[in-house]
Design a binder for this molecule. Sequence first.
Ligand code: PHE
Length: 339
Amino acid sequence: MREQLNNIKLEAEKRLNQAGSLAELESIRLQYLGKKGELTAVLRGMGQLTPEERPQIGQLANEVRSFIEKILEAKTKSLQEKERLSRLEKEAIDVTIPGKRRFIGKKHPLSIVMDEIKEVFIGLGYEIAEGPEVELDYYNFEALNIPPGHPARDSQDTFFINDDFLLRSQTSPVQIRVMEKKKPPIKIICPGRVYRSDAVDATHSPIFYQVEGLVVDRGVTMGDLIGTLQLFARSLFGEDTRIRLRPHHFQFTEPSAEVDVSCWSCGGKGCRMCKDEGWIEILGAGMVHPNVLRICGIDPKEYSGFAFGLGVERTAMGKFNIDDMRLLYENDMRFLRQF
Ligand code: PHE
């Protein structure tokens, strides 16, 4: 029996030392120490021993058991550690790999220009007004002194929804909406989107942006309009910029003018940008028509005002030297990233 126990001890030690996994350790444990294990079997046979032998063999058996248990414990620990290390190695992150650069978007050139325009006018004490893009015919035309059937309607190829509703073809209806709600003094601008049934080309788009301006107070004159536009043009295009007013006709202003700025590219000498004119048209303007004031409940004998409507695309194209309007709508990051 003594021999048997020694054999078990040696064999178990050898097998434990060769074991390569925790599962293997467990099966060795069962083989020797389990209920049906070899050591247990030996202990069961102790009944046949003489009373003198019994305690000696018992002690030896206990020694073998604790010997095996000790190795088992040490081996378990070292295998666990090994597995942990190999897992760490597998999950390791190489912190020296360069990171992915996250691309942050940029302000669209139209937004840049619109923000700049707002800045200038807010600095002059203007408020920002808003109006709906789906507009009533009444605000887009009728209240602006353009009655049904009037030929002036044809100059703006309007998207009609039905007889009463349309997509606003200009930001001028916001003038009416503001004057209906607020009594003078009024000083607002309204940046916004407008719609016209135009084919897309280098200078046209069915959706584009305008900034409307409206000032109504006692004693407002054409001189105020010109001074305001002059200051605006200089702020946006540089100190040397000049403006020029050409007589024009709008139903809702009288007198009316189209306003040019000296070419931002050549300064007025004439170049490809301004088609050798030296001037580039950017807005329509005029003194608010007495009929328009009257329709909004403002007495034209007491008050006067000026209004203007600025093309934002043109302004952006001028400011950034963009030669094709379509670039502004294609959302090609290679283009947009430049501004
Ligand atoms: N609404 C006009 C247009 O779109 C521009 C304009 C605005 C003219 C205000 C005069 C006064 O052409």
